[in-house]
Design a protein around this ligand. Structure first.
Ligand code: GRF
Length: 201
């Protein structure tokens, strides 16, 4: 059984979507550990409730590489094959990237490369785009900049607020992330430069 490690800093609704998919046997693996840099992140509690080891590691006062080395150690101790960032509010250093080459993914609430960074849904609304959505991408050193594995569009409505748009994108995230993790765990993705070629797609 392939093992997934999830890193988060907050609510953890994507974590729950991954846990639910794993329980249904639809993830192609199991969640082995959840790690957060925020002690009271609700996502840690959600992991504990699901019986998954949940670990807090403080990043404050540490060099990025030192913090990342601690995270890598935890993930390795749990024999993690794939690392899923799910609302993890930290950039990852080369220490982390080298430990899991091509095996760290992130979900972002916009159609990248549009609107990277924080408040992507509000950025989209304020820019006036008519389509936004969700992106799952491989992680590199940049901000939401790695090769794109999967995307799904969401229409922006005239009546939308940042909150209503975020809620509709989140529904898509909860479908898209487990489905994409399964493709990766099943070994159905190949990276060719910036392109991720998905077998059969
Ligand atoms: C999601 O919108 C995700 O796309 C972004 O951070 C948010 C995390 O939400 N990277 P949750 O903690 O999974 O509920």
């Amino acid at each position: 059984m392939k093992k997934v490690g999830v890193l988060l800093s907050g609510r953890g609704s994507n974590l729950v979507a991954l846990i639910d998919a794993a329980r249904r046997g639809e993830l192609g693996g199991e969640i082995a550990v959840v790690v957060s840099n925020v002690e009271d992140a609700p996502g840690l509690e959600r992991a504990r409730q699901a019986g998954i080891p949940a670990v807090f590691r403080d990043h404050r006062g540490k060099a990025r590489e030192a913090f990342d080395a601690e995270i890598v150690e935890i993930l390795r101790a749990h024999h993690v094959d794939l690392v899923c960032l799910a609302g993890f509010m930290r950039l990852v250093s080369p220490v982390f990237l080298r430990a899991f080459p091509g095996c760290i993914v992130n979900i972002h609430p916009s159609l990248l490369p549009a609107f990277p960074g924080k408040d992507a849904q509000r950025q989209a609304l304020e820019h006036g785009v008519k389509l936004s959505g969700a992106t799952v991408h491989l992680v590199d050193e940049g901000l939401d900049s790695g090769p794109i594995v999967a995307q799904e569009a969401v229409s922006v409505l005239s009546s939308d607020t940042g909150e209503s748009l975020a809620a509709r994108i989140l529904e898509v995230e909860h479908r898209l992330y487990p489905r994409t993790v399964r493709l990766l765990l099943d070994g159905r993705c190949r990276v060719d430069g910036r392109r991720v070629i998905v077998e059969g797609a």
